[in-house]
Design a protein around this ligand. Structure first.
Ligand code: ARG
Length: 263
């Protein structure tokens, strides 16, 4: 009899514990779960810190968008090169990855309004004197990331030998080792890597090669685009965007256009 009483009491406790736990669910089921792809090798936009946590400008911005829009974000890591086809196949709801809005990409996917002003830069070894601009890249060995706007740009350089890399930062090591003459990649990411990583001995050649804007990519005509665009507008108006920008770049953000020509 005593045993039965104990059993009933323990069962009661167990139920109470379950009930208490479930009143604080990790995911709020009233919000929409948004699967967001990213390739965390693009410092300082998305990287894993020493404890494996995803951090960066894009991560902060996406989380702020989610908060305003009522999404629960679930980041999924994948290589940059496969991101556009993953979006086309609708395996994720969005991708944030310092992805430049281009006419070519707009044929198969959609983009949010621009959220970052960017551009390509040439990086060379500090002692390099002969590479100064586009013309001096002629016939040189140039490293780029597969599938990037840097890779597209490199194709326009006469007689260049283009060497492709799967993930961004590796090419800086090859530049330092003397395996390539120059790297063409996004200016902000390059400058940040030189300043904050182990790539001492690399400099950026002045003047950006291009003017580009990053957008959040989604499958073509995603139903979430309006919500994402409205959230970006809110974050620009209420200073949250500025705070995130200053946290990562220590400077005032430039003006952003509220749209780019979309196909
Ligand atoms: N902005 C460039 C592009 O869209 C490069 C982006 C690279 N991003 C990355 N996570 N590696 O092509």
């Amino acid at each position: 009899m005593l045993k039965l009483k104990h059993l009933i009491m323990s069962l009661g406790c167990l139920l109470l514990i379950i009930a208490c736990n479930s009143s604080h669910p990790k995911i709020n089921f009233h919000t929409k779960l948004l699967k967001v792809a990213t390739d965390p090798t693009f410092i300082p936009f998305e990287i894993r810190n020493t404890s494996g946590k995803l951090v960066g400008f894009d991560i902060d911005l996406m989380n702020a968008i989610a908060k305003v829009a009522g999404f629960t974000v679930q980041f999924e890591s994948m290589p940059f090169d496969g991101m556009i086809s993953t979006l086309q196949a609708q395996k994720v709801d969005a991708a944030i990855n310092g992805i430049t809005i281009t006419a070519e990409r707009l044929k198969t996917i959609s983009f949010s309004r621009p959220y970052f002003k960017a551009g390509l830069a040439i990086a060379v070894r500090e002692d390099n004197q002969d590479i100064k601009d586009f013309n001096s890249l002629k016939g040189k060995k140039i490293a780029v990331q597969i599938g990037s706007t840097g890779a597209d740009f490199a194709k326009t350089i006469p007689h260049a030998k283009i060497i492709t890399f799967n993930s961004g930062p590796d090419f800086f090591q090859d530049l330092l080792n003397g395996n390539v003459d120059a790297v063409i990649s996004d200016a902000f990411a390059t400058l940040y890597a030189i300043k904050n990583s182990n790539f001492k001995g690399i400099k950026v050649v002045t003047n950006l090669l291009t003017e580009e804007y990053y957008g959040i990519a989604t499958p073509k005509n995603s139903p979430h685009l309006d919500t994402i665009n409205n959230a970006i507008a809110t974050l620009l108006a209420n200073n949250t965007y500025k705070q995130i920008y200053q946290k990562w770049f220590n400077s005032e953000p430039p003006q952003l256009p509220d749209s780019l020509p979309q196909n």
